[in-house]
Design a binder for this molecule. Structure first.
Ligand code: GLA
Length: 399
């Protein structure tokens, strides 16, 4: 059997150059899920511990009414603070004041809207907000989640002193696999145990950074970390530079466009973290701007491209003026001109550096939604400070 067939069959085989007798587990995609980066919404960035049945139902409704579901946002996830205790047999108990109908009824509601349902726990003894963690209850929690109809679990790393991260997350992976339900596994240990070196056989996505804040500086610092691990990303296993802050008010529209574009270039999960209900107000300029970003289908298509390559920087001279490239399945390239300087600047992408082998290439601007014609050997645009110009560049055959 050749390696590819074995890989597809999910088998374990021995192969050189491994040490003699060692078995190499061939499991590049742990569960066959998240073949493109997960998209959805999560409560944490905007609402923190202030979660409830009403909030999540309202958000699911708004994800449908604003067109976000149809744009690909799928997983609606309650982050920390939904859980309060364990009962006598150890089963996790939800906060009955905030979730009076229970979690299963809420999951059913989210499913009835054509969406998927996600939940949060912690691999350690307690969550970051001091709620019961899953340590010692891995199988029990996985079965409970499956019985509720959970489709996605984010697993945090607070209060995990003395626990081995790769082993503990593998235990949770196995528990989820045996739960009887396909569940996307989101590892959230903030990059503290170099998950890019081991998590591709454990989870579908892993955080590469500490928590994002709603500021340009925080967003860029997460980019500078996550971009380094491009080689670990691929279908079923993604670097996660944390959830989106688009629409939360701490960055300018130009910076939010850069944030969203950079996440797409990095093939990062697109998990919105704002109040989607506010986007239903079509008279609000801010809401219209946020919608135009979160619903830019041309940028989303770059993120969701089935090749699953994470983009990287190919030109950064001077260092503030970056050119990023993400190869796409159809042979074209997504190209991002990112201006980190404090003044507007012209940035040129050279076809040679971008990996375009022809002389001519057709250029489409993904924020202007406009074809810019055929460009010979390079393309130059003036980019606002902290902003981007995002292009799709297609080689013209025979040129
Ligand atoms: C950690 C995670 C955040 C969020 C909070 C919840 O800080 O990194 O994304 O889940 O915990 O307490």
């Amino acid at each position: 059997m050749n390696a590819i067939v074995a890989l597809l069959a999910g088998l374990t085989l021995s192969a050189s150059p491994a040490p003699k007798g060692a078995a190499i587990p061939i499991r590049p995609v742990p569960n066959g899920l998240a073949l493109t980066p997960p998209m959805g919404w999560n409560s944490w960035n905007r609402f923190g511990c202030n979660v409830s049945d009403k909030l999540i139902r309202g958000m699911a409704d708004a994800i449908v009414s604003t067109g976000m579901r149809d744009a690909g946002y799928q997983y609606v996830t309650i982050d920390d603070c939904w859980q309060v205790a364990r009962d006598a047999d150890g089963t996790i108990v939800a906060d009955s004041a905030r979730f009076p109908h229970g979690i299963k009824a809420l999951a059913d509601y989210v499913h009835s809207k054509g969406l998927k349902f996600g939940i949060y726990t912690d691999a350690g003894r307690r969550t970051c907000q001091g709620r019961p963690g899953s340590y010692g209850h891995e199988d029990q929690d996985a079965k409970t989640y499956a019985s509720w109809g959970v489709d996605y679990v984010k697993v945090d790393w607070c209060n995990a002193q003395g626990i081995d991260a790769p082993a503990q997350y593998a235990k949770i992976r196995d528990a989820l696999e045996h739960s009887g339900r396909p569940i996307v596994f989101s590892i959230c240990e903030w990059g503290s145990n170099q998950p890019w070196n081991w998590a591709d056989t454990t989870g579908n996505l892993w955080r590469t950074t500490e928590d994002i804040w709603d500021s340009y500086a925080s967003m860029v610092s997460n980019v500078d970390l996550s971009m380094q691990y491009w080689h670990s990303a691929g279908p079923g296993h993604w670097n996660d530079p944390d959830m989106l802050e688009v629409g939360n008010g701490g960055m300018t529209p130009t910076e939010y466009r850069a944030h969203f574009s950079l996440w797409a270039m990095m093939a990062a999960p697109l998990i919105a973290g704002n109040d989607i209900r506010a986007l239903e107000d079509t008279t609000s300029r801010e809401a219209r701007t946020t919608r135009s970003i979160l619903l830019n289908h041309e940028v989303i298509a770059v993120d969701q491209d089935s090749l699953g390559a994470q983009g990287m920087v190919v030109q950064n001279y001077p260092p503030e003026l970056q050119v990023w490239v993400k190869p796409l399945k159809d042979g074209s390239k997504a190209v991002l001109l990112f201006n980190r300087a404090s003044v507007p600047s012209a940035i040129t992408a050279d076809w040679g550096r971008v990996g375009i082998k022809t002389k001519d290439a057709a250029v489409r601007d993904l924020w202007a939604h406009k074809d810019m014609g055929v460009a010979e050997r390079h393309y130059t645009a003036t980019v606002p400070s902290h902003g981007v110009v995002m292009l799709r560049v297609t080689p013209v055959a025979g040129s």
